[in-house]
Design a binder for this molecule. Structure first.
Ligand SMILES: *Cc1c(COP(=O)(O)O)cnc(C)c1O
Length: 395
């Protein structure tokens, strides 16, 4: 049989759509002028950047002056947390986040925790949701910032962002959300949801890598992360990544345009995948919620009595690219912090598989995965002493 090439790791990164690339190319070769210069070429690039900023702002219902370009999601997260903490430490030193954040938030908080800030990590329930009363109770006089992710990259949980924003507003605490998995995938409106700062990354919605944005509500003070020239209204120095900015704006525009239709298809395929796996593989369970509060393209299943890394290698041999929860923890032996946070025991968390679907995923690919995965799980279980012991016990 011909070798398959099935990509089910869209939550880690996506390819650039041809229409997006096409818009970018002239800004590499022709319209490359440094926007800070005074010749007329610079005006062209300046206007293009401004137009793109407007498109990005519109996609989340912000003003273009509230959009600051960054070098990706991690930089936006770092800037939001460090920049806000450092500019507002005279008001207090307490920051609230959760145990299931991306490392771009968690490791920043750990760093600040060693440098005079106090961090509270809110726990989550077995589906990955925070409890809104936990948030209310955690806020105190010294609290300056709450950072809670919009949607989780491993298990797909979409938080009740509006409610979180309301609690923050009532308590006059600034609310940042890591929306890297949400923007371009589900509706995001910073006004309606009471969001004060928000991070996004182009390569999660079919734009280029190495470019992202931080939305900062008017009136919020942030210290610079990058010092130098006067770019990004004096807040983030460095000659602009013009093709990247153009590409991000185009990708986001397309994503928002196609979102409703796209999600109908993704939800149908995702549900078929999840239901099919749970039905065909005994001792398997879904991680994260079902239905509306789950990212449309995310499936995350734990198969008891196997190891996640070996399943990835066997899937790869069958032409399927997937992930064992978090791409960032691959290579380390610790199970995913998210799966531990939702209460999975260590030995079970290891046997988890994240399949994240995208715009090109077909039903035929889902059928193939549904055929291949149960066979692989069975073979791995036959080699596993854990399974052996369990099977003996059952007899
Ligand atoms: C991918 C991701 C990031 C990091 O974004 P980069 O552009 O890779 O730096 C941050 N948060 C979440 C939730 C992500 O999925």
């Amino acid at each position: 049989m011909e070798k398959r090439n099935i990509y089910m790791d869209h939550a880690a990164t996506t390819y650039v759509k041809p229409e997006v690339l096409e818009e970018m190319i002239p800004y590499f070769t022709e319209n490359f002028g440094n926007p800070s210069s005074i010749y007329s070429q610079a005006r062209v690039t300046n206007m293009a950047i401004d137009e793109s900023r407007g498109k990005i702002a519109k996609a989340i219902n912000a003003d273009r002056r509230e959009i600051f370009i960054t070098g990706g999601g991690s930089e936006a997260d770092n800037w939001a947390i460090k920049g806000y903490a450092n500019a507002n430490k005279h008001k207090g030193n307490h920051i609230i986040t959760t145990t299931i954040e991306h490392h771009a938030i968690l490791h920043v908080c750990e760093y600040l925790g060693k440098n005079g800030f106090e961090i509270t990590y809110l726990p989550v329930d077995e589906k990955g949701f925070i409890n809104i009363d936990d948030l209310r109770n955690a806020i105190k006089d010294t609290t300056i910032l709450v950072s809670i992710m919009f949607a989780n990259n491993e298990i797909g949980t979409i938080q009740s962002v509006k409610e979180i924003g309301e609690v923050c507003r009532e308590n006059k605490v600034v609310f940042h959300t890591d929306a890297v998995q949400a923007v371009g995938h589900i509706p995001v409106d910073v006004q309606e949801l009471n969001i004060d700062m928000l991070s996004m990354a182009a390569h999660k919605f079919y734009g280029p890598k190495g470019v992202g944005a931080l939305y900062v509500r008017k009136g919020i003070r942030l210290e610079n992360l990058i010092h130098g020239g006067a770019q990004e209204r004096n807040k983030r120095a460095g000659t602009e990544n013009i093709p990247g900015i153009i590409g991000m704006a185009k990708a986001l525009e397309l994503a928002v345009e196609n979102m409703e239709e796209e999600n109908k298809k993704l939800v149908m395929l995702r549900n078929k995948l999840i239901d099919g796996l749970l039905e065909r593989v005994p001792h398997s369970r879904l991680n994260g919620p079902c239905g509306e509060m789950r990212l449309p393209g995310n499936a995350n299943i734990t198969f008891e009595f196997i190891e996640g890394e070996s399943i990835l290698l066997m899937l790869d041999a069958k032409g399927i690219a997937a992930s064992s929860g978090s791409a960032c923890t691959s290579g380390s032996l610790d199970p995913s912090h998210v799966l531990l946070a939702i209460g999975l025991p260590h030995e079970i968390a290891h046997g988890s598989l994240r399949l994240s679907l995208g715009e090109k995923t077909t039903e035929e690919e889902i059928d193939y995965v549904l055929e291949v995965v149960p066979q692989i799980v069975q073979r791995l279980r036959e080699m596993s002493p854990l399974w052996d012991n369990f099977a003996k016990g059952e007899k």
